[in-house]
Design a binder for this molecule. Structure first.
Ligand code: AMP
Length: 299
């Protein structure tokens, strides 16, 4: 089943308590596609500048990502810089340079307008909405967002939520969006805004899914050495949506397994800087961790 992601490609500068890397490959759509393409053919819609390196185009192509919807515009690629506190849970955005994103209007290539599964990766809700409008009859649409958009584009985000089937948020974003401290109550309030499914990520404490009449909760995969959590959320979404697209349905049993595959993909991502793991998590390793997680939650 066809899967399309609309989101950002970036050069990130990341500071952790142990290391600093400059201008490494990142972006919401990149992390997503490197994980989702392990499960299902993935097409990407996004923009980069003329400075985007050939080796990074090569890495995405080698992973099997369809780049027909990648625009190469005059100017520089989007840049984002962040710093993590030693506990990994607190991330400070140090700098955001929109560059070519400033005037970006996503264009879904004709051959991908019939995509069944759509992931609106972190980008402005306006860009997400423009991208979604071009997909003709999607079967299942999931969106991501971040604190910045809840802060500066809340109305556009709330309008977008009414148009999607599912949203994936982290704990901080869910609290910000709803004003609720209790995460189950926050998730229920997000459901009232439109999405039938709310997936809430809690970092090292795992993730849960809230649907109309059922819930599912998974622990995080036990990672012994976190190197850089950037992209964990996008990799989670990539594992989740990739699995759903491969199975071709959104039955509760499929969504439960998707939660496990997303968790497994995210755990691979946090073990290195993106530049060390440019070809993304291996399918075999995701499968191995999925099996281990299943064992962990089965009595
Ligand atoms: P995550 O750690 O899953 O939240 O995703 C991190 C990625 O999001 C980084 O590679 C950034 O390049 C990208 N990113 C940061 N800020 C934004 C933004 N405002 N819009 C879209 N993507 C962003």
């Amino acid at each position: 089943m066809s899967l399309i992601v609309i989101g950002t490609l970036a050069y990130d500068t990341i500071e952790t308590a142990h290391d600093k890397r400059e201008d490494i490959l990142g972006g919401s759509a990149v992390y997503f596609a490197l994980a989702s393409s392990r499960f299902a053919p993935t097409a990407m819609v996004g923009v980069v500048g003329k400075d985007f390196k050939e080796e990074h185009i090569g890495a995405l192509k080698a992973a099997g990502v369809d780049l027909d919807g990648l625009e190469i515009a005059e100017g520089e690629t989007f840049r984002w810089s962040g710093r993590y506190e030693p506990d990994w849970n607190t991330r400070h955005t140090l700098d955001t340079q929109l560059n070519v994103l400033e005037s970006f209007e996503p264009k879904v290539p004709d051959q991908h307008k019939s995509s069944d599964y759509v992931f609106l990766a972190n980008a402005s809700p306006e860009v997400q909405g423009q991208g979604l409008s071009q997909v003709e009859q999607p079967k299942f649409v999931m969106a991501d967002t971040m604190n910045l958009w809840i802060d500066i584009a809340r109305d556009a985000l709330v309008s977008l939520l009414a148009r999607v089937d599912a949203i994936v948020l982290n704990d901080e974003e869910a609290r910000m969006l709803t004003g609720e401290d209790n995460l189950w109550v926050a998730a229920a309030k997000v459901r009232e805004l439109g999405p039938k499914l709310v997936v809430l990520k809690k970092g090292e404490h795992g993730a849960f899914l809230l649907a109309e009449d059922w819930k599912f909760s998974v622990p995080a995969y036990p990672v012994m050495s976190v190197v850089d959590p950037t992209g964990a959320g996008d990799s989670f979404a990539g594992g989740f949506m990739g699995y759903v697209a491969r199975e071709g349905n959104t039955e509760p049993a499929t969504l439960r397994q998707a939660m496990l595959y997303g968790t497994a993909a995210a755990s691979c991502c946090v073990e290195g800087f993106s530049s060390d793991m440019m070809d993304g998590p291996s399918g075999a390793e995701i499968d191995r961790r999925h099996a281990e997680l299943l064992e962990m939650i089965t009595p």
